[in-house]
Ligand binder design. Sequence first.
Ligand SMILES: Nc1nc2c(c(=O)[nH]1)N[C@H]1C(S)=C(S)[C@@H](COP(=O)(O)O)O[C@H]1N2
Ligand SMILES: [Mo]
Length: 341
Amino acid sequence: MAHVHIPPPWSIRNPATPESTFLSRRQVVQALGLGSVALAAPALASPRAEGEAAGPGGETAEGEATVVPNTQPAVKRFGDRFPARRNPKFELGESALTPENVSAQFNNFYEFTTTKDKVWELARDYPVDPWKIEVKGLVKQPRTLDLDDIFGRFPLEERLYRFRCVERWAMQVPWTGFPLRALIDYLEPLSSAKYVRFVSLLDKQGLPGQRKQGWYPWPYNEALRLDEARNDLALVVVGSYGHALPMQHGAPLRIACPWKYGYKSPKSIVEIEFTDQRPGTFWNDMQEEEYGFFSNVEPHKPHPRWSQKWEQDIGTGENRDSLLYNGYADLVGSMYTGKES
Ligand SMILES: Nc1nc2c(c(=O)[nH]1)N[C@H]1C(S)=C(S)[C@@H](COP(=O)(O)O)O[C@H]1N2
Ligand SMILES: [Mo]
C-alpha cells in the first residue's frame, strides 16, 4: 500500500544537531582509549543544510507531496498477533499520534546510516527471522531465546507512548509489546543482579553503517538499573501501528523507555545480560559528559550544547515545552528520589 508522504516542517529546521555530528573518529578513538587501533576512514555525517529538502520521496519544486511506499513490517510469521488490545492506561493527553509515514521514515539507527530519512530504505529487507537472543550473566539459567519465545510467551498489548530524542525531536507512537518486567521475571535474574544490559546486532557485512562508521564501538549497547527495567513503563516492543515492527524501528524487538532520551531504547536486540556492576553503554562510553548513564528527560538539565527545555514534534513541526520524565513523572519519579540519577 502506498502512502502519501508530506514532507514535515522540521525538514527545513533541524531541531538540534545530531548526536553524531560532534564525534570525529579521532574523538571516539581518544574517548575509548583505542590508541593505535587501525580504523576505517572517517565519514562524518553532516547535518542537513538549512533549507535543504528532506523526505525519502523528496519534495517537488512546487512543494507538492510525493508518494512513497510505506515501510514493511519485518516479522511476517506472527501477523495474527496484531493488532493487539490497547492498554487504556497509556494515553497521550493533548498530543496527537505521529503519522506512521513520518515516524517510520525519520529514524536513528546508526547501524544502517546516520541519515535519518534513509534508514527505512536501507533497513527494509534486512533478515530478522530466524533471530536469536542470548541471555547471560547473573541469571538462574543462561539460555537462548528465539522468536517463538518473544512472540508466543507473553500477551501483547498496544500502548500509546511519547518518545523524546536527546536531539530535541519528539513523537507519539503506538507500540505493541509486553512489559520488560514480564521478560525479566521469566529469565529469573539472581538476587545479586543490579543492572540489565542489552546488545544490538553486529553484522559488518550486512549493516552499511557499521562498515562506514567503523570507529564506533559496535555493537550498540544500552543498560538500565534493574528497578528501572522492572518499571511498568519499560516495554519490550515487537510492533508499531498495529503490525509487527518494521526494521527501521528495531525489528524484531527493541526496548521503549519513554521517560528517558531515545538512545536508552536499544533496537534489534541479540543479547541480554544481567550484571551487578553498572555496565558501560554506547554513547556514555564515548561522551560521558553529554550522555549520562541515566539520561532521564529532565528539561531543567541542559545538554552541554543545547537547552532541553523544549522539543519539536516531528509530526506537526510544533515546538512545545519538554516535560519532566517526558510526562511520566507520576509513574517513574519515585525511582529517583534520594537516588543517583
Ligand atoms: N541499535 C540501535 N538502537 C538505537 C539507536 C541506534 O542507532 N542503534 N538509536 C537510538 C536513538 S538515538 C533513538 S532517538 C531511537 C530512535 O528510534 P526510532 O528510529 O524508532 O524512532 O533509537 C535508539 N536506539
Ligand atoms: Mo536519539
